[in-house]
Design a protein. Sequence first.
Length: 386
Amino acid sequence: MFKNDLFKYILIGLSSYILGLFSSSLFGGAFSDDNDKEPERETVVDNDFNYEIVQVNELKMEDGFIYTGGTRNNRRYGQGRMTTPKGTVYEGTWYANGMVDGSMITSRYEYTGQFKNLSPNGYGTMKYKNGSSYRGMWKGGHKSGIGLFVDSIGQKQFGLWKAGVIDKKTMNANVDKRSFGIDISHYNKIKDWGNMAIYTKKNGLAYTTVPEKDYHFSPVDFVFVKATEGADVRDENYLSNMRNAKKYHKQRGSYHFMHLTTSSVENQLKNFLDYVVYEPGDLPPVLDIEVTKEAKEIGVKATREKVLKWLQVVEDSLGVKPIIYTFANMKRDYLNSPEFDGYDFWIAHHRSTEPEFKDYKIWQFTDKGRVHGNNNALFDVNIRRL
């Protein structure tokens, strides 16, 4: 009897010790709940994927933290929710004890986005209880990088932030006056979607060089992404570009580059409709028609018929009227007829003055606009009528 009791007590003590080790490993040390941040510590990288994911439910710690969700190798992993003693709630995706993406809700604000050490870090949106908000880049819990702040009465400040303070040189308080966008394909390598901004002149157009003064930043509000070309070309970066545009709150749209002589309209339609992503809130699809040499070869009547067929089938398939992208001279010579009156035009006119067709919806005014955030690379830059 004595030996059995002794063995039982040893087992109980050993179990308590193991649970304590598990809890300590899971939470990675004490938190500072005064500012809802973890102390700086070395990140433990879990390279052993042989550990299975274990679910825990309302695991309570000595200091009052509660965690429900996945664990791996005794560390928070996968989807999980944690509540601090003061009621701050963290919920999202965890890796090696840190939350990398998700939401944080406190008595003062709600944040959704990327994290590091339980602090906003990367791209995210903060909504404050007083009605103000900030959407953009963060570092260590501070606004840091390109972002837009809107105060409680609707006044806006867009520009480059550093440690929570906006750089006055870059600040744009009139972001609603013009809506800028870019169009991209696999030729454009965007490495930093969150920090994109357009170097803008006082006249509202874009710089082609990086200026030292007399400029402000304008947000990239929309992005048109190349999907397909002809009957068999599919842009290799299309799907990732569409995902990133949505992730970083850029209104997105897709375009097809049309050929008039090398493949049939039917095959080009199949290529585009089998590949295109179109969701509610996206911009209308675009037909890019700029092959003037091919148009001359087949003539005005055949060009109009091919273009109109593509437009009608896409509208019937997606339920939205497409936009036509072209140059001013091609619109004048080939597409300036009554059957195209109901379509919005996106005119490429690389000048400081507006195109001759004043009823355009979008104006591509340069193919060499300087964009901050990607080694100050050059992009096609467009203005959209509001």
